[in-house]
Design a protein around this ligand. Structure first.
Ligand SMILES: *Cc1c(COP(=O)(O)O)cnc(C)c1O
Length: 375
């Protein structure tokens, strides 16, 4: 059996997907070519690409009002490409950012180069909630505290902060915030396809594939068609959403192999029953792990309960001097990559779609045993 891999990204892929990619490595379905060796404009690859887009649309319920783009540069490049493509949409040159963790803070800082950027709300300070104290980046600002300018080109948020382990899904109707028509732009890198998304509430969703959707190298961009076509003259042609959409993501050579493997992940997910089915599994996994952390005095999770991420679960040991022992023993037990992000310390278990309940059970069993021996 393979070890359980809790890496935050690139992260574990479904074994079936890896096995299929291996079986098709040197000869894709009688074509005589590896997918890596095919022309991106040939009939074999066109089929792979078209099916990947159709399956992604079906899984997420994305209508024809949206373009689905396969891009490169990761979510990090989108930090510049979002303003370069969208801030000229309505002539205001303005955009508002929710700054609620390491990733959205990076998005905000990059955007400052491209327009009149304001903070809609931030969780960068310690706060008191429900009678408890919460450190920066461990909570999410209530929607009624957001300040959104009615003439902003968009509002940006990160709906799952991979490092802090904060997930926010109550996407508001902007009309309720006095900013009707201002589209939400969402970095969903680390939880796309883990649950249904309400596309009626968003203008754009983007995600690097390597957390929950496939290998590194392809970035998924799902953007409402009426928002594009106003890119800044400084935007590289190959990265102008309108150009990429018009060329079916073939404005230049796309990351063909990464798209192919992501396409296999989409088919795997459809076979499992889609995002509703995987959501039930993800809830069960999160309840198992958080439930264990809750009753333990040995481990703890710092995040405000209503916004704890189902995908990324940071936790600390009460006795930090045991960290290296925990990591060494967990690796020995076949539980990989549990070391927390350096900004947060402690441990982090990323339990994406491809991590089955049995893997989380193995983690909890190990943690219980470790607590018994060291607690
Ligand atoms: C990993 C991650 C990024 C950065 O992705 P790259 O592909 O490395 O650019 C951005 N946002 C979130 C939420 C992430 O999890």
């Amino acid at each position: 059996m393979r070890p359980w891999n809790f890496s935050a990204g690139p992260s574990t892929l479904p074994l079936e997907v890896l096995q299929q990619a291996a079986a098709e490595m040197t000869d894709w379905r009688g074509s005589g070519m590896s997918v890596m060796e095919m022309s991106h404009r040939g009939k074999h690859y066109m089929q792979i690409r078209d099916e990947a887009e159709a399956d992604l649309r079906e899984l997420l319920g994305v209508s024809d009002d949206f373009a689905v783009l396969f891009m490169q540069g990761g979510a990090t490049a989108q930090n510049a490409l979002v303003p370069l493509n969208l801030i000229g949409r309505n002539g205001s040159g303005k955009a508002d950012y929710l700054v609620c963790g390491s990733w959205s803070n990076k998005s905000y800082k990059e955007a400052l180069r491209y327009g009149d950027i304001a903070v809609a709300a931030s969780s960068g300070e310690e706060t008191e909630l429900d009678g408890g104290k919460y450190a920066p980046w461990t909570w999410f600002p209530a929607v009624d505290t957001w300040r959104v300018r009615p003439d902003s080109a968009y509002v940006h948020l990160c709906s799952n902060e991979t490092i802090g382990g904060v997930e926010f899904m109550d996407w508001p109707d902007m009309a309720e915030l006095g900013a009707p028509g201002v589209p939400l732009v969402i970095d969903a890198s680390s939880h796309i396809l883990s649950r249904p998304f309400d596309f009626s509430r968003v203008g754009m969703v983007y995600a690097g594939a390597q957390k929950n959707a496939g290998p590194a190298g392809v970035t998924l961009v799902i953007v409402r068609k009426d928002l594009i076509g106003h890119a800044s003259p400084a935007c590289p042609s190959a990265l102008d959403y309108a150009n990429v959409a018009q060329a079916d993501s073939m404005f230049n050579t796309p990351p063909t192999y990464a798209i192919y493997v992501a396409g296999l992940v989409f088919k795997w997910l459809k076979k499992l029953g889609g995002v509703e089915a995987i959501e039930r599994e993800n809830i069960a996994k999160a309840e198992l792990l958080y439930g264990y952390l809750e009753q333990s005095g040995f481990y703890s999770n710092p995040v405000h309960r209503p916004v704890r991420s189902r995908m990324n679960v940071p936790f600390v040991l009460a006795d930090e001097s045991l960290n290296s022992t925990f990591l060494a023993e967990s690796e020995q037990a076949g539980l990989l990559a549990l070391k927390g992000h350096k900004l947060v310390g402690g441990m982090r278990a990323s339990i994406y779609n491809a991590m089955p309940l049995a893997g989380v059970q193995a983690l909890v069993d190990f943690m219980r045993d470790f607590e018994k021996r060291h607690g």
